[in-house]
Design a protein around this ligand. Structure first.
Ligand code: FMN
Length: 384
């Protein structure tokens, strides 16, 4: 299945419901990320789709991650400059990327497609984006690195009670060319995913978490087993243990952002784990300004959670994110069409961002200023 035509940055982008977008042979044509999800849903088992899609408890935060983006409004500035071509290139941790959207770490990608993490890494590399590789990957990190030697890959780390296990993961990531460590801080107990309990979720028998020694339990959708208690002092220790940049993932307050900076981190990912951990925490986009203000430019700030369109990306960049990352959309791209599906998802976001920038009067990433975005409350009781 392929797109009907190559989308250029000049095309208008509308998100038709998937039912309305049928090719003559009856295949659906995805024109936006929601369409990709709708097709992926049909291709995956209930066990897999529910595991990927679910949030914790009542899924309040899961829903709010998306809804919150809609509470921000864009303020375009016209005629200031020629925006007929746009440059989306930027850097993250000093490394060039073609556009500021990367792939967040997600566990067990071979459940979505047999090529799993290999396909995701190839797709990211093919459009010069960044892939964050999960500790709970179902492919060996060395194999993925060897397959995409030029791709930008970061390694997501959990700290295990078994210190040797943790140290081995770090050294292997360093040796196989991962360019940063992403320390996830919000998952030392696992949020309750009710659908997984109802489905009695298990990883299909032929899959394993390939990078962990077998002294732990097999992956059953519950992270936190075997993890060491983690303190900010451990983040400092990690910084002295590795020369790689360290990004902490899961920061949701200005206070923790300051602690992260004081612990010497190189980056902060504003994230609520896609609404899968503490239900009731704010949407990532609602926290971003607080974190950016607390950090005061001392390290790069990224965001994940609920990013599904180019205007979502534009809003996050305007509110101070250096780049954003997508979790579930990459899994749905994988399920839809392997490497090509993930690439399509990234290209859609790139093209939508490019068009949104043109419509907002921005020719390059540096033109995306804070003044481009306001909260909707400004318009709800307008002063006449
Ligand atoms: C199925 C699934 C598995 C995940 N596995 C991990 C993981 O292994 N490590 C991690 O740091 N975050 C993990 N996450 C969280 C993502 O990195 C990311 O924070 C989240 O998916 C972003 O929200 P989005 O899915 O709305 O884009 C996972 C998320 C999902 C949906």
């Amino acid at each position: 299945m392929s797109r009907p035509m190559e989308m250029t940055s000049q095309d208008s982008i509308t998100c038709a419901p998937v039912e309305e977008a049928k090719m003559a042979d009856g295949d659906s044509i995805p024109v936006c990320l929601d369409d990709v999800e709708a097709i992926a849903l049909k291709k995956m088992s209930k066990n897999a789709y529910d595991h990927y899609r679910s949030g914790a408890d009542d899924q309040q935060t899961l829903g709010d991650n998306r809804a919150a983006f809609k509470r921000y409004r864009l303020r375009p500035m016209f005629l200031r400059q020629d925006v007929s071509t746009r440059d989306l290139a930027t850097t993250i941790q000093g490394v060039p990327v073609d556009f500021p959207v990367g792939i967040a770490p997600t566990a067990v990608q071979r459940m979505a497609h047999p090529d799993g993490e290999v396909a995701t890494a190839r797709a990211a590399a093919s459009v010069r984006s960044c892939m964050i590789f999960s500790t709970y990957a179902t492919s060996r990190m060395e194999a993925v690195a060897a397959d995409t030697p030029d791709g930008l890959r970061w390694f997501q780390l959990y700290v295990f009670k078994n210190q040797k296990q943790t140290e081995d993961l770090i050294r292997r990531a360093e040796q196989s060319g991962y360019r940063a460590l992403v320390l996830t801080i919000d998952c030392y107990h696992s949020g309750t995913k009710r659908a997984d309990i109802r489905n009695k979720f298990t990883l299909p028998k032929h899959l394993r978490t390939e990078n962990l020694s077998d002294d732990g339990k097999p992956y059953d959708g519950v992270c936190g087993l075997g993890f060491a208690p983690l303190l900010w002092s451990d983040v400092k220790k990690l910084k002295s243990f590795t020369k790689l940049p360290v990004v902490v993932k899961g920061v949701l307050t200005g206070e923790d952002a300051v602690r992260a900076v004081e612990s010497g981190v190189d980056g902060i990912m504003v994230s609520n784990h896609g609404g899968r951990q503490l239900d009731g925490v704010p949407a990532s986009i609602d926290v971003l300004s607080e974190v950016v203000q607390a950090v005061q430019g001392r390290c790069e700030v990224y965001l994940d959670g609920g990013v599904r369109s180019g205007t979502d990306v534009l809003k996050a960049l305007a509110l101070g994110a250096r780049a954003v990352f997508i979790g579930r959309p990459a899994l749905y791209g994988l399920a839809y069409n392997g490497e090509a599906g993930v690439k399509l998802v990234l290209q859609m976001l790139r093209d939508e961002l490019s068009l949104a920038m043109a419509l907002a009067g921005c020719a390059n990433i540096g033109d995306i200023q804070r003044s481009l975005v306001v909260h909707e409350s400004r318009y709800l009781q307008p002063k006449l």
